[in-house]
Write a protein that binds this ligand. Structure first.
Ligand code: UT7
Length: 329
């Protein structure tokens, strides 16, 4: 019997309607459209508005659309891996909440926390359940309501992040398509440069933590930039090397959308021209776990069976990694 690979058989995405432009940010913090565009490549981002709405509510839109496209019902899903840094609640897992909201009554699931590399970790771990034969339909969701942990008085972070969610379905493929390889890395000593100070067990919420704005993203941008630009490019080059892929062999690079300069550096290191790089950072900013599936969703109509696709990400933790997949449809 030929080897079972985990193939992406459907993809869908959802972004909220509200558009937060650089122009509007100019009226909130001391910044300019010119600074944001030249330093990050971002022009606008989406914000989820509405009392009581969380990341799972965006996932419901993405997943319901995905099921419709694939022509299956929610009760056929066996496992949900919900990659998110902004779960609806500290517990239970957003995977459980999502399963309930979409009616995936036969699924089990868990949340995966790897900051901006979450979706890569999720695809790689989800693939193991397919390759082992344990499951036949695994949903990997990547999404974040970053606006829920952003301090809109901090110009160094509020200009970067946005809200959005994407999802893919993994199914077995015996024709040689799907996830071919992955490299996952982490270095917890990098946590000092990018984290949320309070709200966990080490520093639970209190009046003081709220007053000090400790429930929002803390980032030392330049330090993170340095690690991101090196590690994301290195890991993408490494996965090409070990799979004997030349830049001509790579059909698409799907990079995490944190900063256009990091994306360009990764593409250049791989020798891949800009026409092969999926970039939507200008419209959505950094949606953390959402960036890669949102790209796949937006580029889906251009993808062809057999395309060699490299996913690459870097995020808080530090976490980083790369996935090589052959598109299956
Ligand atoms: O996705 C997870 C991983 N995260 C990343 O990969 C993010 C990596 N880091 C970055 O993308 C960039 O470091 C940032 C976009 C966050 C910042 O860009 P930078 O080119 O590294 O700027 P900087 O932090 O070195 O700041 C340069 C200057 C500073 O002013 P001085 O000290 O030179 O006078 C900042 O105060 O720009 C100032 N500045 C701003 N000016 C206008 C910082 N934020 C802003 C702003 N508008 N929004």
């Amino acid at each position: 019997m030929s080897k079972i690979h985990a193939a992406i058989t459907a993809v869908n995405g959802y972004v909220p309607e509200y558009v937060l432009t650089n122009k509007e940010l100019e009226s909130i913090v001391d910044t300019t459209d010119e600074w944001i565009t030249s330093r990050t490549g971002i022009k606008e981002r989406r914000i989820l508005k509405g009392e009581g709405l969380g990341t799972s509510d965006m996932a419901v839109h993405a997943v319901n659309g995905l099921l419709k496209k694939r022509g299956i019902t929610a009760d056929e899903i066996e496992l949900i891996i919900f990659c998110t840094t902004t779960p609806d609640l500290p517990f239970p897992a957003s995977a459980n909440i999502l399963a309930d909201k979409i009616g995936a009554k036969n699924a089990w699931g868990y949340d995966l926390q790897a900051a901006c590399s979450g979706f890569i970790y999720g695809v790689s771990t989800g693939a193991q359940f397919i390759e082992s034969g344990k499951h036949k339909k695994v949903l990997v969701v990547g999404g974040d309501k970053m606006s829920s942990i952003i301090n809109y008085q901090d110009r160094t972070t509020c200009i970067i992040f946005g809200d959005g969610c994407g999802a893919v379905l993994l199914e077995p493929n015996e024709e040689g398509y799907g996830v071919m390889d992955s490299i996952l890395r982490s270095d917890g000593s990098g946590r000092q440069f990018l984290h949320q100070k309070a709200g966990g067990s080490a520093r639970p919420a209190s009046h003081e933590t709220v007053d000090n704005n400790e429930h929002s993203v803390y980032q030392e941008g330049q330090a993170v930039f340095k690690f991101a630009v090196t590690n994301m490019a290195d890991v993408a080059a490494e996965i090409m090397d070990r799979n004997n892929l030349t830049s001509d062999d790579v059909t698409w690079l799907v990079p995490h959308q944190a900063n256009k300069r990091i994306i360009d550096a990764t593409a250049s290191r791989m020798g891949v021209g800009s026409e092969k790089v999926m970039i939507n950072i200008q419209r959505y900013g950094n949606t953390t776990n959402g960036t890669i599936p949102l790209c796949l969703w937006e580029w889906e109509s251009q993808l062809k069976k057999g395309d060699n696709i490299i996913l690459a990400a870097f995020g808080g933790g530090f976490t980083w990694g790369s996935v090589y997949l052959k598109w299956a449809y």
